[in-house]
Design a protein around this ligand. Structure first.
Ligand code: NBY
Length: 839
């Protein structure tokens, strides 16, 4: 249609779509316009939240013009694109990040101040986008930031849940869950694309026919359909015009489908069917590292992968290329096994609809996909029951059985007569009922499989994927150590430290090349610099103390050592061991004379994290922490020497306050259980020191910062098996200090001991799966070393500086570049500012 426009019309559009300027006056005008027209409010009754909304809308305008420019230029250049499929994007707040990345924070700050508002209050009004559980979801968010910053043409695909991860409140010491209806006040950070709507089928049956060449053709006729509607979330890069996209799908009923029931005269059924369609994207499943096996979750996974692939194929088809070019245009990364159905869906589309041969299609599929594994825990491995799967996705089940058949035939050829091997490697587990092993499907359907830290990537090769390494060879299995974005996790969360670093290094280049932090190593002997460094840490601790006062009603001294463990509550992460040590410390202090107490290092032990609502033992750990806190915090014999707090509702924005304020943080999982960890990186980047085990990325952090700057304890991953065996069959007695702690709990020092019996039972000799007893003595010793080191403040600050200075490796820019070069084979495409809102 536009082709028919006369020249004047074109020119009018061009003139009027010039970008808005970024001076204070123009920005203020745009804020005021949003207040008065979009929000229809008057200046005299404007609260912080409304001010936030208007500033957000003004920021959004600028985001969208970059987004338009990027998407337009990318369409024209049509480079190979990365598609990051993740069921979770744990973005947190957007405004501060968007303003910093676009270089507009200062101007907006000034604009807001003159309008009578304060930037910090406005920022605080934003609710978190919490569409994720923990590390996996936050990793996706950090990777999206780096992809945009490095100018990679990348799209994220996910689901637009109506309810994010539940809100946690602590009632009588217990976790209680509340729905996180985050869209209540509208979401300015998304663009609804109601015109982009894709039909996704479920159920039904498969028609089998012969084509004119005598080939068998399969045609899936779904029983019901739902619509996937696109919501786009712009992701601006830092210090670049590039602005990428996360496309989140929302489920809606199809018109046709509710009309069917309606025309059959069943109005109620038609409304019920419509409600069922909307249910698909209603809620994020709140489990991390455990598999629940719910039908609705499988529906989510198919709904999302089908809509995303349809979208990707549509974009590819516009280029009029051959199907064999597909892997040169498209790289799809599977964030865990959750999107593994995409492998099956692409094979189905190529074979059933595009009429490619099975082998040609499979060649394209395996060149397109790569798979990231995030865990070795058996309870986290995704499996779907075959009968349930068949009912929802009958054609996909046939394809999975065929993939498996052809795969096992090849295995059999290479390793004849090994039934055990075939059973172990099969995509189908022969249980009652049969189960589909999604991790095996993901490995078979991908050209690269990666773990998320060096230790973890080695572990998967010797444990869960051992047979697959034997079959495919080593090259398919690679390591991509996780990373974090220094923009959010230092520049945004710790603005004072960021400013000091820029001042010291003579600029902010380090924010795009984190290895430049090495320059700080020269400053450890500079007493003035150390003083500044210490002042900033203290200011961050004051801010955290205020948050603790507000949220927990406990007063803590910023002069005490702040000891932090914040992460999802899980047995393998051993928050239980931490609180048991706190009890030990409490008992030790109680037994001291006044003179002895005078030399005790005061500590504030800070916990935070959510337990999956159905995870009984994890929830009991929260209860124990709160019971201990209650007793310890009120005990005059202890006073300020020990405080314990559980910060409720830990999330990304709370992390942004906690991370810069820690002196030491705890990353104390049983060796071999934490795939990587990413908060460990965040703490150390902010000059926090780790007490931790030789697990996940702790090992690589140690290698970078040096063993004198980290407190390591506990057994090593290769010793775990023997320790468990010894404990089970040789009855190794419980650690005596631990025994003392358990007795104190059992004597009722902290509420009714009956409450905690199931928790204590997990430590029964021979059953202590996470080896708390085996590691307890060395944990106590490491804690004593922490106390002693903290007392030498000058040396401590030197350690802290060295920590930050040597964390360059853990920028997600490094991770993403490794993926791009070694897995995706994609190159950056820089967007040029043509000065228009859209082309
Ligand atoms: O992924 C975490 C790992 O535990 C951590 O070590 C690693 O640093 C991080 C990023 O690689 N895994 C994780 O967060 N997993 C989940 O949140 C999760 C969520 C859902 C399900 C499984 C795992 N699920 O099956 O539903």
């Amino acid at each position: 249609e536009r082709a028919k426009w006369p020249k004047e019309t074109f020119e009018l559009w061009e003139r009027l779509s010039k970008k808005e300027a970024n001076d204070v006056e123009t920005i203020q005008k745009s804020i005021v316009r949003h207040v008065t027209t979009t929000l229809a409010r008057a200046a005299f009754n404007l609260d912080n939240f409304s001010a936030y909304q208007a500033v957000a809308l003004s920021t959004r305008d600028r985001l969208i013009s970059r987004w338009n420019e990027t998407q337009g230029q990318m369409s024209r250049a049509d480079p190979k694109r990365i598609y990051y499929l993740s069921l979770e994007f744990l973005l947190g707040r957007s405004m501060d990040n968007a303003l910093l990345n676009m270089g507009l924070k200062e101007t907006y700050g000034k604009s807001i101040r003159q309008l009578g508002f304060n930037m910090e209050d406005v920022i605080e009004s934003e609710v978190d986008a919490a569409l994720g559980n923990g590390g996996l979801g936050r990793l996706a968010a950090c990777y999206m930031d780096s992809l945009a910053t490095l100018d990679y043409p990348a799209w994220g695909y996910g689901l637009r849940y109506n309810y994010g991860i539940f809100q946690q409140r602590i009632i009588d010491g217990y976790q209680t869950e509340y729905p996180d209806y985050w869209l209540n006040f509208d979401n300015p950070w998304e663009l609804p694309r109601l015109d982009i709507s894709i039909t996704v089928g479920f159920g039904g049956h498969v028609q089998t026919t012969q084509d004119e060449y005598g080939q068998t053709r399969h045609n899936w006729v779904p029983g019901t359909n739902v619509q996937a509607v696109a919501y786009d979330v712009p992701v601006p890069g830092y210090d670049t015009e590039n602005c990428n996209n996360i496309r989140l799908w929302r489920s809606k009923p199809t018109k046709v489908f509710d009309l069917t029931s309606f025309n059959e005269g069943n109005y109620e059924k038609s409304v019920e069917d419509a409600t069922n369609a909307e249910k698909i994207t209603s809620v994020l499943y709140p489990n991390d590292n455990t598999m629940a096996g719910k039908e609705l979750r499988l529906k989510q996974q198919y709904f999302w992968t089908a809509a995303s692939l349809h979208d990707i194929l549509r974009r590819f088809k516009k280029s009029m290329r051959e199907w064999s070019d597909f892997p040169d245009q498209v790289a799809i990364q599977l964030n865990d096994t959750h999107p593994t159905l995409a492998i099956v869906e692409l094979q189905r589309l190529l074979v059933d609809q595009e009429m490619l041969s099975w082998d040609d299609a499979w060649d394209i599929v395996t060149k397109t996909f790569a798979f990231t594994n995030h865990t070795v825990l058996p309870e986290a491995m995704e499996k779907w029951s075959v009968p349930m799967f068949e009912y929802l996705l009958p054609r996909h089940l046939q394809i999975i059985f065929d993939i498996n058949l052809f795969f096992l035939q090849k295995v059999e050829k290479m390793f004849p007569n090994d039934r055990g091997l075939l059973n172990r490697m099969s995509i189908i587990e022969e249980a009652q009922p049969q189960q589909i092993r999604m991790a095996h499907l993901a490995v078979v359907g991908s050209h690269k499989v990666n773990g998320v830290a060096a230790l973890h990537s080695n572990l998967i090769k010797t444990t869960i994927f051992h047979d697959f390494v034997t079959y495919y060879g080593e090259d398919k299995f690679v390591n991509k150590t996780n990373g974090i974005t220094p923009r959010r996790w230092l520049h945004q969360a710790n603005p004072q430290l960021s400013a000091l670093i820029s001042q010291t290094l003579g600029g902010d280049k380090w924010l795009k090349d984190l290895s430049l932090l090495k320059g700080l190593n020269d400053k450890t002997e500079d007493a003035v610099f150390r003083q500044r460094w210490a002042e900033i840490k203290r200011a961050n601790k004051v801010r955290l103390a205020e948050l603790i006062k507000t949220r927990c009603d406990v007063e803590v001294s910023p002069d005490a050592l702040f000891d932090v463990q914040v992460k999802r509550i899980h047995e393998y992460k051993r928050q239980f061991m931490n609180i048991l040590y706190v009890i030990h410390r409490y008992r030790t202090i109680k037994s001291m004379s006044a003179a002895q107490k005078a030399s005790v290092q005061p500590r504030v032990v800070i916990f935070g994290g959510k337990a999956a609502p159905g995870y009984y033992i994890a929830k009991l750990v929260i209860k124990l922490i709160n019971s201990v806190a209650k007793v310890v915090n009120q005990d005059p014999a202890v006073g300020d020497l020990l405080k314990v707090v559980f910060v409720p509702d830990y999330n990304v924005s709370v992390a942004e306050v906690i991370v810069p304020a820690s002196d030491i943080s705890q990353h104390i999982s049983t060796a071999g259980t934490e795939a990587s960890g990413t908060s460990n990186m965040k703490f150390v980047l902010n000059g926090g020191i780790i007490i931790g085990t030789l697990d996940g990325a702790n090992i690589e952090i140690l290698e970078e910062i040096g063993e004198e700057n980290i407190f390591i304890f506990g057994c090593m991953a290769h010793e775990v098996e023997d320790l468990r065996h010894a404990q089970r069959y040789r009855g190794v007695p419980m650690d005596p200090a631990l025994q003392g702690v358990i007795s104190a709990i059992e004597r009722g020092t902290f509420e009714d001991p009956k409450i905690f019996q199931p928790l204590i039972s997990t430590l029964t000799v021979g059953k202590d799966f996470y080896l708390i007893s085996a590691d307890f003595a060395s944990y106590i010793a490491a804690n004593q070393q922490v106390d002693a080191a903290y007392k030498k403040q000058a040396d401590w600050i030197k350690k802290s500086i060295r920590c930050t200075a040597n964390m360059g490796k853990f920028s997600s820019d490094r991770s993403v570049k490794e993926y791009a070069d070694e897995i995706w084979n994609v190159k950056p495409v820089s967007v040029v500012d043509e000065g228009y809102m859209a082309k």
